[in-house]
Design a protein around this ligand. Structure first.
Ligand SMILES: NC(=O)c1ccc[n+]([C@@H]2O[C@H](COP(=O)([O-])OP(=O)(O)OC[C@H]3O[C@@H](n4cnc5c(N)ncnc54)[C@H](O)[C@@H]3O)[C@@H](O)[C@H]2O)c1
Ligand SMILES: [Zn+2]
Ligand SMILES: [Zn+2]
Length: 345
């Protein structure tokens, strides 16, 4: 089968690989229909995760058809169309029992990282009963891909951890697919002001269409002066959805006393945490990897057409063109790219 393989810093290639096999009775083999590229994959490509083994098949988001199930899998059978969760969970360890699936002792974020991922024709999914979700017939295949990772990540690590409440003023720093998912799901909780901050004018324009009340281009404007004009004291919730020191710094400076700073971005280097200024502000600062515990709820909301998600999908490629797709997503601003769908079938 064909698969996109990580061969080291800035080196990826579509290669011929062996078909995955059932390894444990709880596994399923999925024939991938659609996958996508995540900002996290870009991070791996750029060398943010040196711990990753060379030769690893990348990708942790996608949908597919169940090809084969191990003998202990009871919830899925051959032919079922499924959303592959970016998080694998056994369902029975200490962390799974607390719904902290991201820290499952035999799972967590392993796909396309610790084990081979979904940017391939077939993928092995461990603990299939807990790590797959049936795609309702009411959800379009491309939209279903957004439920693997970005919608639960934005909702859980951005909005829920950030404790967004009715009437709040919130700022989302970085409106890539993840920040845009924060923007959409924050609207469940009716914040009064939603400020989207990015350097990409196209993404800011889309943010406005999807519900941002204000946008700030941090490449051309002074973020702090602009925030002051909108919210004199700062914001109730600052959500970091990029994963670099500069955007962390914006967040720690714009959050007001009693507020929340929710970090969503995956960081590769340390940041300057200004505890000498923050200790007095009665802040709640959260970090985390998505648990996907709200995926079933999000599937129901998406199914009821709560979001205008088609607008998030800007490009489509075949698996044979995935290397080109990486270049387009890497140059998102120039290519006017948001979420890219890779058709595998
Ligand atoms: N915590 C989790 O569970 C989790 C899950 C998925 C993804 N992530 C992380 O979320 C982050 C965002 O993912 P994505 O797919 O949306 O990535 P992306 O790279 O597509 O989006 C990042 C956005 O940040 C903007 N940006 C870059 N530098 C900026 C700056 N200095 N000021 C303002 N904006 C800036 C870019 O223009 C882009 O729109 C990544 O770090 C990714 O690894 C975390
Ligand atoms: Zn992802
Ligand atoms: Zn577990």
């Amino acid at each position: 089968m064909k698969a996109l393989v990580f061969n080291g810093d800035h080196k990826i290639a579509l290669e011929e690989r062996k078909m995955p096999k059932i390894d444990k009775p709880t596994d399923a083999i999925i024939k991938v229909l659609k996958t996508t590229i995540c900002g996290t994959d870009l991070g791996i490509y750029k060398g943010k995760n040196p711990e990753i083994t060379l030769g690893r098949i990348l990708g942790h988001e996608g949908i597919g058809l169940v090809e084969e199930v191990g003998e202990s899998v009871s919830q899925f059978k051959k032919g079922d169309k499924v959303i592959i969760s970016c998080i694998t969970s056994c369902g029975s360890c200490e962390y799974c029992k607390k719904q902290l699936y991201s820290h499952c002792k035999d799972g967590g974020w392993i796909l396309g990282y610790m084990i081979d991922g979904v940017q391939a024709e077939y993928v092995r999914i461990p603990h299939a009963d807990n790590s797959l979700y049936k795609v309702p017939t009411t959800i379009d295949d491309e939209i279903a891909v957004l439920l693997s990772d970005i919608l639960p990540t934005g909702h859980e690590i951005g909005v829920q951890y950030g404790n967004v409440k009715p009437g709040d003023t919130i700022a989302i720093v970085g409106v890539g697919p993840v920040g845009m998912s924060v923007l959409l799901t924050s609207q469940f909780y009716s914040p009064s002001i939603i400020i989207a901050i990015d350097m990409d004018e196209n993404r800011l324009k889309l943010a406005k269409e999807l519900g941002a009340t204000h946008t700030i281009n941090s490449a051309t404007k002074n973020v702090f002066e602009e925030i002051k004009k909108i919210a004199e004291e700062g914001v109730d919730v600052a959500i970091e959805a990029v994963g670099i020191p500069a955007t962390w710094d914006i967040c720690q400076k714009i959050v007001k006393p009693g507020g929340h700073l929710a970090n969503v971005g995956v960081h590769g280097v340390k940041v300057d945490f200004e505890i000498q200024k923050l200790w007095i502000k009665n802040l709640t600062i959260t970090t985390g990897l998505v648990n996907t515990n709200t995926t079933p709820m999000l599937i129901r909301s998406v199914s009821a057409n709560r979001f205008d998600l088609k607008k998030m999908i800007t490009h489509r490629f075949k698996l044979s063109e995935i290397e080109k797709a990486y270049q387009v997503f890497l140059n998102g601003a120039k290519e006017k790219a948001m979420k890219i769908i890779i058709d595998v079938d």
